[in-house]
Design a protein around this ligand. Structure first.
Ligand code: ATP
Length: 231
């Protein structure tokens, strides 16, 4: 099977002499949920920024999508992916409804029925409030609901659990688990439970490189903490 999305030999830096990511290689298959974990400063956000065309200080042997080399800022690729970043609340002078309409317009898609998502994230009261006036968790929900409504083939989520209450966190887990029906979701998290409960595979970003936790180790062991003690 061809990898949906393949990154080979990616090196990224802020200061060229001190790369944050070094010769990093990983692949995402079609229709899977992949969690990425790593210590503070490991480079998770930097990697997601590279993949979203927001950080251009990197080089790679290849970045491929469906077996073809791609440019990460190519509109054709960008229209098939969407990303939610942590701690950012762009379009603050839009309400959620306005933002949703704007995003769907940009992606040239009709806004679908989002009632289940709005209810699941307990967001009914906030759809017409300016984003900049929402609480931290509700700001996060604006972009998560948009992401799960949009259902891009490739969805990047940076720390999606951060800021969510316990009910919305549970709902988020169901959305990540079910996402593979629509496409591939690649997300970073510090909450081990969020990856062990939802991901098909877990990637560990460490010393600038990516390694995969062996399936049977964390699934059969059942305790990801125990597995991480040995890596
Ligand atoms: N704008 C920047 N300028 C210079 N260095 C940066 C910048 N942003 C991040 N870094 C550095 O790059 C490294 C990786 O940071 P990054 O935010 O990607 O890590 P992370 O794994 O997402 O961390 P965390 O888990 O704390 O969110 C860190 O050493 C950080 O200090």
């Amino acid at each position: 099977m061809k990898a949906e999305f393949s990154v080979k030999g990616l090196t990224a830096w802020y200061v060229k002499e001190k790369p944050v990511l070094q010769n990093l290689t990983f692949q995402l298959q079609e229709h899977e949920a992949v969690g990425m974990i790593g210590l503070n400063g490991a480079g998770k956000t930097t990697l997601l920024n590279c993949l979203c065309g927001l950080h251009d200080r990197f080089q790679a042997e290849h970045i491929q999508w469906e077996g073809e080399d791609i440019s990460l800022r190519n509109p054709a690729f960008m229209s098939r992916r969407y990303a939610v970043f942590d701690g950012e609340a762009p379009f603050g002078y839009f309400t959620f409804r306005e933002y949703l309409a704007y995003v769907f317009g940009t992606y040239k898609r009709q806004v679908p029925d989002i009632e289940t998502l709005v209810q699941g994230f307990s967001f009914e009261k906030y759809e017409d409030v300016l984003i900049k006036e929402l609480s931290t968790g509700n700001k996060k929900k604006v972009y998560l609901i948009t992401a799960f409504a949009l259902r891009p083939e490739l969805l990047f989520l940076d720390e999606p659990v951060n800021g969510l209450d316990f009910q919305s966190t549970e709902f988020l887990y169901t959305q990540i688990k079910e996402y593979k029906e629509h496409g591939t979701v690649f997300f970073s998290s510090h909450v081990l439970e969020s990856v062990s409960l939802t991901a098909d595979r877990i990637l560990l970003l460490k010393n600038g490189s990516m390694e995969e936790l062996k399936d049977r180790e964390w699934k059969e062991n059942g305790d990801i903490r125990e597995v991480l003690r040995h890596v």
